[in-house]
Ligand binder design. Structure first.
Ligand code: HEM
Length: 373
């Protein structure tokens, strides 16, 4: 976190921060605090606390937000990510009418090949850039390249590119979208927000910043996240699976090699399973494991999400930090719009906008010397 802003510029901006409400826009990359130019340096340091990690690409570069260096490269990256997200959500008529393969209807395969080549070239560029540098950094690519030296047969460039993509595609958008849904729910349920803030004040206080190991003490906050994942699972249909044998599901005969989608969104709202199913009630998870075991936002079984526990920690840390550091309010009397948009990771149809005001910890945080972080 160090290196963003000098101590004096932090202190200068503190008063400004404490007096005003700032407007925040929940763009797809997580929360961005929009502040006037006078507080820009503060924006940079807070951004590290509050924003979801999309855009860091394991190479230490930021491609989203206001402090982007290398705009052309960032634009290229954002373009690729947008195309991948779009391509992931489309249905392919050729899978339903195989004849269409012969006339290459929609040219989907060609477009995907082009996109794959473009993505591969971009990621290879990042690896080559790191490899050519004398000084080794502390980024994911640096570490993977050093593993490549000791285990070249496993850590090939191809594997490294795959790992970066997994983190980007599976790991960041899902977590960012969940934080945005969680914050929207909190803004529409002021008592839940108060309870979450009271828990943070009791357990952590305003003297030290929330840390990752603290998140396990915050049971109410974790229930807020579970309840968000119940009502707004980031992957509502999980990922497509394929039947390996002929089988029967719910009375339907399913032939071998049929694509199967599990509607976790609907299961999470099934009145036969959940009480008061559409209400946002984190308290429902206070009665032990039984309700938690009915959730499946990360899938189940062998192919369940391997990042589930990482996701719960990073979401807990980010959401907890947002609540610990800021007071939050809606931009108007009107409730935050909770309509779902389209996309492979279920976005909000209307991006969240909210007001935030710094809490006392920000004063302490911003007046600390860089060595104290
Ligand atoms: C809120 C956050 C997240 C949600 C809701 C989520 C959800 C899911 C779901 C539903 C699946 C498919 C499970 C199935 O096929 O039944 C999946 C797969 C996967 N997720 Fe996540 N995920 C999240 C975060 C992450 C993170 C942080 C990472 C890694 C850093 C990650 C890595 C993966 C990978 C690699 C797979 C593919 C596993 C396989 O096919 O064997 N996910 N995730």
């Amino acid at each position: 976190m160090s290196g963003y802003v000098s101590v004096s510029s932090r202190i200068k901006s503190v008063l400004d921060l404490q007096l005003r409400w700032y407007h925040c826009t929940g763009i797809r990359t997580g929360f961005t605090l929009r502040m006037p130019a006078s507080a820009h340096s503060v924006d940079a340091s807070i951004g590290t606390v509050s924003s979801a990690p999309v855009g860091w690409v394991g190479s230490g570069k930021r491609y989203y937000g206001e402090d982007v260096k290398g705009e052309e490269e960032a634009r290229q990256f954002r373009g690729i990510m947008k195309e991948i997200a779009g391509a992931g959500g489309v249905s392919n008529p050729q899978e339903f009418v195989p004849l269409l393969q012969w006339i290459d209807h929609g040219r989907l395969e060609k477009r995907l090949m082009k996109l794959a080549n473009k993505t591969d070239a971009f990621l290879q560029g990042l690896i080559d850039e790191k490899r050519s540098k004398e000084e080794k950094g502390n980024t994911m690519i640096d570490h993977l390249l050093s593993s490549q030296k000791s285990q070249p047969e496993y850590y090939t460039d191809q594997i490294i590119k795959g790992l970066i993509l997994v983190l980007l595609l599976a790991g960041t958008g899902t977590s960012a979208v969940t934080i945005e849904w969680a914050m929207s729910n909190l803004l529409n349920h002021s008592q839940v927000l108060k309870n979450a803030r009271a828990e943070l004040d009791n357990q952590i206080g305003q003297e030290k910043l929330l840390n990752e190991p603290d998140v396990s003490k915050l049971h109410y906050l974790q229930n807020v996240i579970l309840e968000t994942l119940r009502l707004y699972p980031a992957a509502p249909l999980l990922l497509p699976h394929m039947s390996s044998e002929d089988c029967t599901i719910g009375g339907y005969n399913v032939p071998r090699e049929t694509m199967l989608l599990v509607n976790a969104w609907a299961i999470h709202r099934d009145p036969n399973i959940w009480h008061d199913t559409t209400s946002f009630k984190p308290e429902r998870f206070e009665n032990g494991e039984s309700d938690v075991n009915k959730l499946m936002p990360f899938g189940l079984g062998r192919r369940a999400c391997p990042g589930a526990s990482l996701a719960q920690r990073t979401i807990g840390l980010t959401l907890g930090s947002l609540i610990q550091c800021f007071e939050w309010e809606r931009i108007s009397e009107e409730e935050v719009d909770m309509v779902e948009g389209n996309g492979i990771t279920m976005p909000k149809a209307v991006a969240l906008e909210a007001m935030c005001r710094a809490r006392p910890i920000i004063t302490k945080f911003l007046s600390m010397s860089e060595d104290e972080f």
